[in-house]
Design a protein around this ligand. Sequence first.
Ligand code: HEC
Length: 159
Amino acid sequence: MASNNCPNLFADNAKTKGCIGIIPALRPKFSRNSSNDCEVFMKSTLLSMLTTTAVSALLAALAPAAHAADAEAAKALARQNKCLNCHAVEKEKEGPSYKKVAERYRGKSDAEASILKHISLGKKVKFPDGHEEEHKIVKTTPADDHDQVKNLIAWILEQ
Ligand code: HEC
């Protein structure tokens, strides 16, 4: 077996000892080109190391997204509740833009709790024309689905 000629690139890593038979996916390459298994192995190893690095980088880049709000679900809930009649992401309407709300709460640890109160207690709010009315209370289907409300708040705070 050519594996005997192969320098042990990872002497301290038992899994990679013995060159061939380590990475099953790469085996066909070795059998097709048995004369320079070692070279192929090293190339493949390098390639797989690079791929692993690229994949890790990609996963790292995607990781925050895993915790990010589901924007479509948030917008759907906002639409159902007519939040968007009074709020837009960018523009000021009767209510402040969600960008402005997010800005105001940036870095504040009580952001979620405050907004939750704001959209679930129906407290009196002042409109630009000076009149006051109770703020809309968010409704979910099924009722009181906290995950949906949390997602909506997370989305607002991401704007
Ligand atoms: C009839 C108009 C209207 C509707 C509908 C409405 N809002 Fe508002 N909202 C306002 C106004 C006006 C304010 C500003 C209140 C203030 O500054 O006192 C406000 C403020 C807010 C704020 C900022 C709260 C804060 O702590 O500063 C958030 C967040 C918010 N609304 C979310 C929502 C969501 C989510 C919905 C839908 C469930 C919704 N709003 C529906 C008018 C509305």
